[in-house]
Design a binder for this molecule. Sequence first.
Ligand SMILES: NC(=O)c1ccc[n+]([C@@H]2O[C@H](COP(=O)([O-])OP(=O)(O)OC[C@H]3O[C@@H](n4cnc5c(N)ncnc54)[C@H](O)[C@@H]3O)[C@@H](O)[C@H]2O)c1
Length: 271
Amino acid sequence: MSFLEEMFGLDGKTAIVAGGAGVIGTVMSKALLMAGANVVIWSRTQASIDQALEQLKALAQDPERMKGMQVDTAIEKEVAEALAASAAALGSPEILINAVGGNIGKAPFVETEMDQFELVLKLNLIAGLMVPTKVIAAYWIENKIKGSIINLTSMASYNPLSGVWAYDAAKSGVLNLTTGAANEFAAYGIRVNAIAPGFFLGKQNRALLVDQQTGEYTERGNAVIAHTPFGRFGNAEELMGATLFLASNQASGFVTGTSIPVDGGYLAHNI
Ligand SMILES: NC(=O)c1ccc[n+]([C@@H]2O[C@H](COP(=O)([O-])OP(=O)(O)OC[C@H]3O[C@@H](n4cnc5c(N)ncnc54)[C@H](O)[C@@H]3O)[C@@H](O)[C@H]2O)c1
């Protein structure tokens, strides 16, 4: 085995990628598959799972190394069932990626639609972190598995972005709980970290950043690029390196409670 395989190889490991049919989740699944892991994609709709598996098919020489499970990650009972089915299909998972999340809409603070506010909180904090983490960490503790959890934080975790108040609140919560859970789970050898992508065009933020009619960047899209020292949006593939680093115990076995920005310098920006 080469040094790189020893450091970053994931042969025989099973990963659950919640939200694995999304833009970022699919690419993170791709990285895990290419490093040798078995991957179970969790998503809410069968159509999104089929689409993601189709995209990933060519990467796993053995198609049995990847599965999809239809699950609403906000519902504890469904997550517990999906975990049992995932473990039965591909072996006990040792990696959990929490890539369910996203933003919906944008409004001045006083015009916030409270139903939407709750929806976004639930999407990012409950479906996007709490429920899968609670269920899988409990399973790991019971079975003495020293797993690795990778959450998805955001630029909004560090400093609120205008107009997306629920997303701001939820993503600062994701950063906070990443640190808190890392602290509590360290006693069991479970690591909890996050990746903080800068701006990547996902399904939900695309509408804010790109004019749906003309395909040109919106004013907000241009403002993001102006604030990003690299002067562009990220390519989802640029998240693969941080994914493998945090997934591999060999590479990051002493790393927990951290959030790695992959942001083209967005957080470093200053005049
Ligand atoms: N795209 C970006 O620029 C960016 C930047 C920073 C952080 N993030 C974060 O990364 C994560 C992934 O973002 P993305 O751009 O890939 O979003 P996406 O919308 O493309 O993917 C999210 C996926 O989660 C699924 N999903 C939603 N609710 C679910 C539920 N209850 N149960 C199961 N599946 C559910 C959706 O169907 C979708 O496939 C999110 O947490 C997002 O906030 C994205």
